[in-house]
Design a protein around this ligand. Structure first.
Ligand SMILES: [Zn+2]
Length: 265
């Protein structure tokens, strides 16, 4: 397939830590760092597309909800970790981001949405409906979102996400050139958007905790099961991820660690 997008840049925008003993059955105590990853793609005609916005220091200003989140999910973020600052350092103004894909609305993905008022902000229909219905149950801290959020977003409807089908899933071809296919991967969060880029790289958001956890969804303990929106979907999609990995597609999850900041296509 034609190489329209040449590379994906990864940004580590704060992190949280978890003890794997509390997550997986029969796992020994191991405190693991889970970075909040943001991915940037430059499309030659459409411009910059950003996937998620990582944490912001606002996570410490959310009152009781934030304190509880921090208790179960110790979070570390400094001003310079924020995506707006990191883009600036790379000579990219936030106003140059043309599209912002919010994979889902958890705090480690929406921290810096407020800096991207100029972008077309894409949210799935199901993620938006969930946000409107029950923010607390689905871990959505709307205080992190700017007041203009609802007026500015573009909803990707379910029927758009089902327009085409490949051997893995139904998808929406964002630019109509097959470079960036958006699909819905339920399980972790309702209406979570993942993307397949030129049949080579799959931006898997939180469909798995990381490459080393693909195929291990059945080993989750009770508490991590509880924070997924639908465990049976999660397990079904874990199988899909395993299949894609076997086929040589590079899986890039939001909370993996990357040795290189640039992923070549
Ligand atoms: Zn999440």
């Amino acid at each position: 397939m034609q190489k329209i997008i040449k590379e994906i840049k990864y940004y580590n925008c704060g992190y949280c830590t978890n003890n794997l003993k509390l997550v997986f059955k029969k796992h020994k105590r191991e405190i693991k760092v889970f970075p909040a990853g943001v991915f940037l793609v430059k499309h030659p005609k459409e411009g910059y597309v950003l996937f998620d916005t990582g944490y912001s220091t606002e996570i410490y200003n959310l009152g009781l909800k934030g304190k509880l989140y921090n208790l179960f999910n110790p979070t570390y973020v400094k001003k310079e970790d924020q995506i707006n600052i990191q883009l600036e350092k790379d000579g990219i103004k936030c106003s140059e981001i043309k599209y912002l894909v919010l994979t889902h609305l958890h705090p480690d993905h929406i921290g810096c949405v407020k800096y991207f008022k100029n972008a077309k902000i894409l949210v799935s229909e199901e993620a938006f409906n969930t946000y409107k219905k029950n923010k607390i149950r689905y871990l959505i801290f709307d205080k992190l979102l700017p007041e203009w959020f609802e007026e500015k977003i573009t909803i990707i409807e379910d029927k758009q996400l089902e327009e085409n089908k490949n051997k893995y899933f139904s998808y929406y071809d964002l630019f109509g050139d097959k470079s960036l296919l958006l699909t819905k991967v339920n399980g972790h969060a309702k209406g979570q958007i993942c993307s397949l880029i030129q049949d080579k790289v799959f931006l898997g958001a939180d469909s798995s905790w990381g490459n080393s956890f693909v195929g291990k969804a059945n080993d989750f303990k009770f508490f991590p099961r509880l924070i997924q929106s639908d465990m049976s979907d999660y397990i079904a999609n874990d199988k899909l991820l395993k299949r894609m990995k076997k086929d040589g597609i590079k899986l890039c999850f939001s909370h993996d660690t990357y040795e290189d900041e640039v992923i070549k296509l």
